[in-house]
Design a protein around this ligand. Sequence first.
Ligand code: LLP
Length: 460
Amino acid sequence: MQRKRSLTGLIGTSSLAGTLRRVSDSRFRLTAEDAYALSTEFGTPLYVIDEGGLCERIRRYRGALAALWPRYEVSFASKANSTVAALKVAHDAGATIDVASRGELEAALRAGVPASHCHLHGNNKSLDELRFALEQGVSHVMIDHLGEIDMIATLPQCATKFVLRVAPGVDPKTHAKISTGQADTKFGFNLANGAAEEALLHARKREIEIVGIHCHVGSQLMDGEAQENAAELLGIWLAEMSTKHGVSFDYLNVGGGLGVKYLDSDEPESIEDYVYRIMSRVRPVLEEAGMEPLIGMEPGRSLIAECGVTLYRVGVVKPVGEKTYVAVDGGLADNPRPVMYGAQYQVELLRDSKWEYQTDGPGAMSFTREVGEGAIVTVAGRHCETDTLFPDVELSRIPEPGELLQILTTGAYNSSMASNYNRYQRPATVLRRSNGEFALIQRPETYDEMFAREIIPEGL
Ligand code: LLP
């Protein structure tokens, strides 16, 4: 059996063993009662996202920017969660939509977002993708390489504006697979070696007006240090280029990147502090240069990750040597992040009677955690490989088959990265409406949908 121990060292003093302890943070959680009811209605795994929490975070970004700069835009990076209803919620809450492919643009359009409220990224956009985006009338296209300038030059004139994506050469101090701002990144034009200036001049030659620059230095950044350095470099470059080449820039976008609380021990910087840090570095540069561009930010994870949970039902509970495997009815097909990035999550065992919750306003919930004897388990997926979802999970006790586990902070990069590996159907998503009701926004995939693209050629 895996080491069993009291949870007292983790969440309380020894006198608390066997009692209930109150914990509070702003990550969305379901009550056990709601979780069991939703799982009965929609099956498991099940993604649930919280409308109020998403709107609140957009409001906080916008409020923090509004306090510091007259012209700003908060875009929701739809790669984090492109469920159509979520994009509608984000747009209705005042965010524009950042898309990185035609598919993400299609999702935004289906959400009723005007193309003029979307901008397009991509390090290898196809001509068809660019043509479609321009025909639809996206607000900005972030140009990633010189060839893209030539491609755009072949397309009809349109209302879309063009921005250079640049690599400012800062170290974002995050997982290598989600670092994008370093000098040798595949994304954009290097700022320091003259590549960005060359692109500016090349665009001028092709009669394409560049209105500004963009960078995104990395993701799951626990503080804004790399971002503030990058923002200042971007501001300096705009000022320099404006003087040197007489260009009047109107746009500066510092991307997304702010991290979130996955584990109880994670303490990411607040949205307000993050925005403040960035603005306090870039604002003096712009003011000195007499420039007032629209400042854009395009967070994904910090808008929606903490607003989502995943429910799994416990199946087999198997002691193997020192370990206790708790197998659940999901895995790397619905959350590839543990396998891809070694991501860790907070796992909670839901049991009706031992949990008490109350909502503390939008996006905030107090809850009472069951404190039992304690157990450390390995939560395993159901896929045909070692898809350990969550190693060394501390639970109040060993779960029983049929009980639910609630995984916090799964609103970002879970459903949008889900696959059909092992031919499992992708799960449903439910939205907890601001009025507390639950609405299905993506139903579980059917086998007919899964096999709709298959063709057995005649004579095979
Ligand atoms: N803007 C651009 C140009 C980006 O490339 C990204 C993320 C964002 C904005 C949003 O970044 P956020 O605020 O979410 O950090 N699949 C990985 C994350 C990849 C992020 C890629 N770019 C994960 O699951 O951690």
